[in-house]
Write a protein that binds this ligand. Structure first.
Ligand code: PAF
Length: 281
């Protein structure tokens, strides 16, 4: 199995594939891989001549230094999981210096307002960091298709906007959220929950499912007050936001129109911040 830690080496290796017209599937990750990541890789392997997976904890997208410091880094175990899935997958695990060449700063992006809602509003600079690193990675890997999980639905929409604005000929493929048996959305951050917290965190998805049921009959305000009450009754969870937003523009909705809506939530359990979302119609 090939693991590259330098972008120049990966680029040199990919060059003959690109010249031969081989399709390249790309799965960008920050490591601490779970079966959600592996399902993205499986889809990429099925649809492309070769697959590249990047493992890079990107410092510019963390607005909270403690979150960056505590983010799990498990390269060896990650490589084993990838190898178990498919030995031909190419891993790119660069250092911060190799990626940023001493300038660990973000470019500033205008994503037509997608960046101002929810995660963007609560994590200043987050999407500038995501845009910066994803653009760098796309330039290095030059993928035909790139795969992103819908758990980070806002990120998925922003990456689609990035390739549109930068005129990058890359197909962005969104993949459904993988969930633990309890319903908790799979996330590398789940590793930081105690066993009891992890079990209890299934509550978040239960609330989202009930919100979807209520959305069919009730007003947006009424669904929002239901969710607020549920979390008040479970003070171990501290919600940061709950929004019902237009799926395309991500603008929070107040009245239902003939559009696609999604509910989005960010909630703290202890000091771990969890996000999830659900399609409402
Ligand atoms: O979703 C992630 O893991 C990260 O935001 C990404 C896309 C790998 C960029 O660092």
């Amino acid at each position: 199995m090939l693991i590259f830690s330098k972008k120049a080496d990966l680029k040199a290796h990919l060059q003959h594939h690109i010249q031969a017209g081989t399709t390249i599937g790309f799965v960008p990750t920050m490591g601490a891989l779970h079966s959600g990541h592996l399902s993205l890789m499986q889809q990429s392997v099925a649809q492309n001549g070769i697959t590249v997976v990047s493992i890079f904890v990107n410092p510019t997208q963390f607005n909270n230094p403690e979150d960056l410091e505590k983010y799990p880094r498990t390269l060896e175990a990650d490589a084993e999981k990838i190898q178990g899935l498919n030995r031909d997958i190419i891993i790119f695990a660069p250092t911060v210096d190799d990626m940023y060449e001493g300038h660990t700063i973000s470019q500033h992006y205008n994503f037509d307002g997608l960046e101002n809602q929810m995660e963007g509003a609560h994590r200043p600079g987050h999407f500038d960091g995501v845009g910066t690193v994803v653009k760098k990675l796309f330039e290095i890997v030059q993928p035909t298709r790139a795969y992103f999980g819908e758990k980070d639905f806002q990120q998925l929409q922003i990456v689609k906007k990035l390739v549109e604005k930068e005129n990058m000929p890359i197909q962005i493929i969104g993949c459904p959220i993988s969930r633990e048996e309890s319903g908790l959305a799979m996330s590398s951050r789940n590793e930081r929950l105690s066993a009891e917290e992890r079990h209890g965190a299934a509550f978040i998805y239960q609330v989202l499912q009930e919100a979807r049921t209520r959305f069919a009959q009730e007003s947006i305000d009424s669904v929002k007050s239901y969710v607020a009450q549920e979390f008040k009754a479970h003070p171990e969870f501290v919600p940061e936001y709950f929004e019902i937003a237009d799926e395309d523009t991500l603008i929070p909705a107040t009245l239902k129109e003939n559009r696609k809506y999604r509910a989005f939530i960010a909630v703290f359990l202890g000091n771990v911040r969890l996000i999830d979302n659900i399609s409402l119609n």
